[in-house]
Design a binder for this molecule. Structure first.
Ligand SMILES: NC(=O)c1ccc[n+]([C@@H]2O[C@H](COP(=O)([O-])OP(=O)(O)OC[C@H]3O[C@@H](n4cnc5c(N)ncnc54)[C@H](OP(=O)(O)O)[C@@H]3O)[C@@H](O)[C@H]2O)c1
Ligand SMILES: [Zn+2]
Length: 359
């Protein structure tokens, strides 16, 4: 039942954020009488959708919920009250709410109402599914995933900056899913000037119900052209900078311009950017930048996951790599990764890896 609740939760992965994706199954004597998931932020939670489906059959059933039911009045009334009113006999949750202010309160309220409560079933799987939501609430920054398209020999652009397209159409369609699950997609001004990217989700690849992730440009000296393609597309564009040389013109063109400088570096401050994005509700942040920004993020130990699409080409030596770093001289300087998934996407390879502290 909990495994089913997890699969239901995943149906909300493109649409529930900034809320967590949550699934709920109501069962009686081994039969499912209702099920639901949180489909869209601002609309009914998983428990309410499951109760609606079950109707009177909810009475005396056990609710399997991936995340602790809410006790607070958000945009919708608390699910704890709805579960009590429906006469649920038992509640099994995988994970307590990671948001410290409410953690454990939902379970206590259910127990106080005489409902049998269990927690921890499939907790690890739900922690993985909600990693971004947990990161935002516990670390105060989004889960940060860097996506890179490279050749077999690790090149991401020719020396003159040409990089479109290194990977095939299937890999580029696969990236749409990474964008769709992210609250924001971030790049550096170097990529904006070289490629004028759109960074939008194509609805044909991933149904986001018309919502677009926030597009973010790191641009210390505010060199983003007012004619940048991103500013003309559906969804919002946010530019972080340290100077205000033509902020008004960019705002008039539809961008939100925010000064978040690091005085010493004379550059946009990465920790402050991540903090600000978390405060805007970004659970998962996808970075699609060139080697300069990717290298800085790696150096600052802010990268959680790498998704590398590797095309079956050799690009040679007059090229750019994946990460610009300070001169590393010994093998001891290298950064260790742990590969978590490898698969073929069309003619390309997709390698997913975590950045770790150990070799
Ligand atoms: N193959 C791929 O997956 C892929 C993906 C994207 C781009 N590309 C290629 O990458 C090339 C562009 O790479 P790039 O390295 O020049 O550009 P980039 O990494 O996209 O952007 C770097 C710029 O971001 C700005 N920035 C602002 N705050 C920063 C901070 N705290 N740390 C680091 N940078 C910060 C800096 O300019 P300021 O100092 O002016 O702010 C910096 O020069 C293009 O050829 C593009 O085609 C390849
Ligand atoms: Zn709820």
């Amino acid at each position: 039942m909990m495994a089913r609740a997890l699969r239901l939760a995943a149906l909300g992965q493109y649409t529930a954020h900034p809320n967590p994706m949550v699934g709920c199954v109501l069962a009686k004597q081994g039969e499912i009488v209702g099920e639901g998931w949180h489909e869209l932020a601002g609309e009914a939670h998983a428990e309410i959708n499951a109760l609606r489906m079950a109707g009177d059959a909810a009475r005396g059933s056990t609710a399997y919920v991936t995340l602790e039911p809410c006790v607070h009045h958000g945009k919708t009334p608390p699910c704890v009250d709805a579960l009590i009113d429906a006469g649920i006999a038992a509640v099994v949750v995988a994970l307590e709410d990671p948001f410290r202010k409410v953690s454990g309160r939902g379970l206590r309220a259910l127990a106080d109402a005489g409902i049998s409560v269990r927690k921890g079933l499939m907790r690890k799987s739900v922690e993985k599914q909600l990693e971004g939501f947990i990161s935002r609430n516990v670390r105060g920054r989004p889960l940060l995933r860097v996506k890179i398209a490279a050749s077999m020999d690790g090149c991401t652009a020719m020396a003159d900056g040409q990089s479109q397209w290194i990977t095939g159409p299937e890999a580029r369609a696969d990236v749409q899913h990474l964008r769709a699950r992210s609250g924001a997609v971030m790049t550096g001004i170097g990529t904006v000037l070289a490629d004028d990217p759109s960074l939008t989700v194509r609805e044909a690849s991933a149904d986001t119900r018309g919502r677009q992730p926030l597009r973010v440009i790191l641009d210390s000296k505010l060199r983003t052209p007012v004619s940048a393609r991103m500013l003309t597309l559906p969804g919002a564009t946010l530019i972080y900078c340290c100077s205000d040389n033509h902020g008004e013109a960019l705002s008039a063109a539809g961008a939100e311009v925010v000064m978040l400088g690091d005085q010493e570096e004379g550059q946009v401050s990465l920790p402050l950017v991540l903090e600000d994005l978390a405060s805007r509700g970004v659970n998962e942040l996808l970075v699609e930048a060139g080697p300069t920004l990717a290298g800085k993020l790696l150096e600052a130990q802010l990268v959680d996951e790498l998704v590398i699409y590797q095309a079956p080409h050799i690009m040679g030596s007059e090229t750019r790599g994946m990460f610009r770093t300070p001169a590393w001289t010994g093998l001891a300087d290298r950064r260790a990764l742990r590969i978590t998934d490898v698969r073929r996407v069309g003619r390309d390879l997709r390698i997913t890896a975590r950045v770790t502290d150990q070799d």
